[in-house]
Every structure is written in C-alpha cells, then in structure tokens.
Design a protein around this ligand. Structure first.
Ligand code: ASP
Length: 314
C-alpha cells in the first residue's frame, strides 16, 4: 500500500502586489520556494521523518536573503538581528523553540536541539546561545545576517516612528517574511517548523508568535500540522496554530474549513493580518491568508508541485 506523504512551505504573508513586483525578484522568490519545498520533499520520499523534512525546507529559506529568517532577517531598533524559531513533532507532541538569538546561523536547528537534547521547550537570548555552543554550534557574526535592504527598511520605519511593516523601495516590503514548513511522512508523522527575524524596529527583547508553540507552530499526529506568519501580537493572543487543530479535533472541521475560519474570523476583525499553512493526517494542504499574498509552495500526495505568491492566484 502506498502511504501518503506531502509538504508545504511559506515565506511570509502580507501586502504583495503584482504591480509592485519586479520580474527578477519574482523569479528569485519562486526559485527559492521551489528549492525549499523540493529539499523537504526529497527527505520524505526517501522515507525520512517529517521533522527532518520541515527543518531542511526551512534551512533553505533561512539561508536565502529574500526572507525574514536567518540571513536577511529584519533589524531591531538597535540595528541587530534577533531571531525566533520553533519546531513540533506530532508523534509525542514534543516541541522545541528559541527566541532572541543573535549568533546562530540556522535557528531552526537550534529549536530542534532544544527539543531533542534539553529538558525544556523554549530557551531565550544568551541562555539559548550558551546551550547552542555547548552543543557544538559555531558562533556566527551579526554581519552574516545583515543586508542593506533591511537597513534601509529600518531607517524608513524609524523615520515614521513605526514598527513591523514598512514602505520602502523594495517591492515586497509590505509583508511579513517569516518562513515555515509543515509535512506528513510515510510513517504518518506530522511536523511543523517556523523561523523568523520578527518585525522591523522591534524593541525591548520583543518575541513574536514564531517561537510560541500553539501560536506560530503546532503539530499533532492524526490531526494537523500548522505554521503561521503575520503580526505576531495577534497570532499569540488568538493561539492561531492550536486553534486550527482544536477546530479539527472538536468540531471535525476539515483542514481548509478550520484554517479559513481562524484566518478570516476574529483574528482578521482584530487586525491580525497574515496567513498560515496547514496539512492534515491524509496529507491535504491548506493555504489560508487574509492579506493580498503569501509566498507559498507545496508538493501534494500525488507529487504535484505548486508555487504561488498572490492570494488571487489560481
Ligand atoms: N510572525 C512574525 C512575528 O510577529 C512576523 C512574520 O510573520 O514575518 O514575529
């Protein structure tokens, strides 16, 4: 019997308008999304674990300067990069997360190691890095993460006295660039991973939903895996990822209905712009967003790939 497996990824939701996009940028984004989803899918195809697949997919996006995670992360008010990440494996519902890390090349790997090699779920800042270096991680200079684009973005936010989104010369700056992945493996395991630099011009050690299990990331075998992107303050308050799972568990909603109910419901009314990817125990993928776009891609149980940017893309 063929056991189903599938994977979906996202590279952030927000205002992404066709008329503001350049063909060059669109090509680069689409090829990064493709490389990510294929990297994760390859692991599933070879019989690997869903957690390894989502981590591999997220690493590709962390290493690309086009997304707000790892290299290319947004800058804090102090012109630093501070990253949040989390993972969850649906079998035992184990989870790991880090927040406010500054010198770890791939925070998603550290989140996994918190899950596997510590007794804890969430480590922050210096403590998270101390744990990383004990685990053999290399110290990565801030310069590695820095891009001119994020510097310009920060200046435009500072001038306006805003945080989070900016309007600057880059065509896709009115969006959240968090990255994430969800997968179902051949053993029936569901896993989710999310990684981010957070929001531009953030202060005071601000942490978003991407490192909060149940808000930005959730996975439960037999039910669903979810990764979110959007204005974290709203996603934390609405426990978005676990709310999708709860609707499926208690109301028997299918993955699409549950995802749409959460994203288009109170979250939107409250002002929580963003989106999510979710994948159920049969491998069905749902992409939901209340913004004009979300970078996203998936390979379904039939092996068909799709890569999309705009909400209205069919
Ligand atoms: N959710 C992230 C945060 O609030 C931002 C994003 O999705 O890009 O930190």
């Amino acid at each position: 019997m063929n056991t189903p497996f599938s994977i979906a990824i996202h590279g952030g939701a927000g205002t992404i308008l066709r008329e503001q996009m350049t063909p060059e940028l669109e090509t680069q984004i689409r090829s990064a999304l493709e490389a990510s989803v294929r990297a994760g899918h390859k692991i599933l195809e070879q019989g690997g674990d869903a957690l390894d697949a989502v981590i591999e997919a997220v690493k590709v996006l962390e290493d690309s300067p086009h997304f707000n995670a790892g290299k290319g992360s947004v800058l804090t008010s102090k012109e630093m990069v501070e990253m949040d990440a989390s993972v969850m494996h649906g079998k035992q519902m184990e989870a790991g997360a880090v927040a406010g890390v500054r010198h770890i090349k791939n925070p998603i790997e550290l989140a996994r190691d918190v899950m596997k090699n510590s007794n804890h779920v969430l480590l922050i800042g210096e403590g998270a890095e101390e744990f990383a270096f004990e685990q053999g991680y290399e110290y990565t200079e801030q310069d590695y993460f820095y891009t001119d684009r994020r510097y310009d973005q920060l200046q435009s936010m500072k001038e306006k006295g805003l945080f989070a989104l900016s309007e600057s010369k880059y065509p896709d700056d009115n969006k959240y660039g968090t990255v994430g992945a969800v997968a179902l493996d051949k053993q029936g395991n569901l896993a989710a991973a999310t990684s981010t630099g957070g929001v531009t011009n953030k202060k005071y050690g601000r942490v978003g939903d991407s490192s909060i299990i149940g808000a930005g990331t959730f996975a439960e075998n037999g039910n669903v895996a979810v990764s979110t992107t959007g204005m974290g303050e709203f996603f934390i308050r609405k426990c978005v990822a676990s709310d999708v799972a709860a609707r499926m568990r208690y109301l028997q909603e299918d993955v699409k209905t549950a995802s749409e109910s959460v994203i288009q419901g109170e979250l939107k009314t409250m002002g929580g712009e963003g989106g999510l990817i979710a994948l159920d125990s049969q491998g069905s993928i749902s992409y939901a967003m209340n913004s004009s776009g979300m970078y996203r891609a998936g390979i379904d149980t039939q092996g068909r790939i799709e890569i999309k940017i705009y909400a209205a893309e069919s």
